[in-house]
Design a protein around this ligand. Structure first.
Ligand code: SF4
Ligand code: SF4
Length: 435
């Protein structure tokens, strides 16, 4: 039995949380659900598990939150463990089911409440606990020091100059238009992502900076059910942006970071009107504007010829409203685009959202099984390339590629754009100009 399972339940704290969340909307959602089952087919966990009724969205809430209220919080550790398995192992809070419920019941928000209740009792996936420690100690999920982050930026600026002359990665530059924030896995594992973005910003003539604090736009505490820490993570970003006097915060190709910064973050950080202190723009929107306005031009001779499809990250497309922009960008980049079915705001979650990827090996089998629906969607398109403007989608689809032998390559927009954009002479490296 795990250590958490041996501790007595802190019933007082649990009851307080239940009372705090006993809002009119949660009460009415719990009471109006007629168990009609119309949401069931919308959930990829349900579909992947041979339509097991116990994995339908409504059942998952009935077995957890409704039961917690019915028992007035008088539950034992085994029950909390069951809530843990459902809230993290059978729902990515993708919000697809809400589109199909005739009452618009928000299952994901209720599952997030279950996560917060489990968190109050220390019943949280180990992988998420580890990242929370890192956020507390360093402000980012990887536990990276400011020194290392700034050093990585300097190194990436040098690398970028091999392809684009004059690339700079300004850190803490006040008064610029955009404060660009990244997923902490970029400086740690994919520093070339920062280099590519710097190249795009340079050619687009953007006025931008990276901040030395608040630079990690991810918010895994939001998925761990730790609202206080999640609020702090967003505050770090907002505070730095206000201090630098920028016009907007830009978010890298990451889905949940956008959801955090623009939609859930303001509430978590205590903004009662639900609005961030300054505009938040996702990379998909930014790239669309650059291409639309001719600030970035694509070489037609370099357009992708192979069949290509697009993974709509739940928090970029359905929950972020940017499904059209994603497809507009593709028109500039590829000749043979094949949409998945269903797609856009109705697209299925890849199975890597809601904190699933950092939850680690303990959850990998479930992640692969539930990802079957996404693997089938991709295979049906016949595509050889999948664009995924989200780090979690990228990792999940790369794993699905191995598991289901899809024979595909997963790429980001910034990768496709940097490889295909027309570099004006002024930015060509000297050696290239002499050729
Ligand atoms: S939010 Fe997504 S994963 Fe969760 S129950 Fe609804 S459809 Fe399924
Ligand atoms: S569709 Fe709505 S009302 Fe019907 S079972 Fe699902 S959550 Fe309940």
């Amino acid at each position: 039995m795990s250590e958490a399972l041996q501790k007595p339940v802190n019933t007082k704290a649990l009851k307080e949380l239940l009372s705090l969340n006993d809002s009119a909307r949660i009460k009415s959602w719990l009471s109006i659900c007629s168990r009609c089952g119309l949401c069931a087919e919308s959930c990829f966990f349900y579909l992947a598990k041979n339509r097991d009724p116990k994995v339908s969205p409504a059942y998952k809430v009935k077995a957890t939150l409704l039961e917690l209220y019915k028992r007035k919080g008088e539950v034992d550790r085994e029950f909390l463990q069951k809530c843990h398995d459902i809230a993290w192992g059978e729902c990515t809070t993708c919000k697809r089911c809400s589109l199909f419920c005739p009452f618009g019941i928000d299952i994901a928000t209720m599952i997030a409440t279950v996560r917060a209740i489990c968190n109050s009792q220390g019943v949280v996936p180990e992988g998420l606990v580890r990242t929370s420690v890192n956020y507390r100690e360093s402000g980012n999920q990887m536990g990276m020091s400011t020194e290392d982050f700034v050093e990585t930026c300097t190194w990436m600026a040098e690398e970028a100059n091999d392809d684009i002359r004059g690339v700079e990665i300004p850190v803490d530059k006040a008064g610029v238009r955009i404060m660009y924030t990244v997923n902490a896995r970029e400086p740690m594992y994919y520093p070339q992502d920062i280099s590519m973005m710097a190249q795009i910003f340079t050619v687009a003539g953007e006025s931008w900076t990276l901040p030395s604090t608040g630079w990690d736009c991810t918010n895994l505490p939001m998925f761990a059910g730790d609202k206080a820490l999640a609020g702090q993570v967003v505050k770090n970003m907002y505070t730095k942006a206000v201090e630098l006097g920028v016009e907007a915060i830009a978010i890298t190709e990451c889905g949940h970071a956008y959801r955090s910064a623009l939609f859930e973050g303001p509430y978590l950080a205590g903004y009662r009107d639900g609005k961030p202190p300054l505009p938040v723009i996702h990379s998909v929107r930014l790239f669309y504007e650059y291409l639309r306005d001719g600030r970035i031009k694509i070489d037609p001779a370099k357009m992708v010829e192979e069949p290509l499809t697009y993974q709509d990250p739940c928090n970029v497309s359905r929950n972020g409203g940017l499904w059209r922009e994603g497809r507009e960008i593709i028109k500039f980049l590829a000749k043979d685009f094949r949409d998945m079915s269903p797609n856009s705001e109705y697209n299925h979650c890849c199975g890597g959202g809601g904190g699933f990827i950092p939850m680690g090996p303990e959850f990998k089998r479930r992640r692969m099984e539930s990802g079957k629906i996404k693997a089938e969607q991709i295979r049906a398109t016949g595509a050889k390339i999948v664009i995924a403007p989200c780090h979690n989608c990228t990792d999940q689809i790369n794993d699905l590629n191995k598991e289901y032998k899809l024979g595909i390559k997963v790429v980001s927009f910034k990768e496709l754009i940097t490889e295909r954009m027309i570099v004006p002479d002024a930015f060509k490296p000297v050696a290239a100009q002499e050729e």
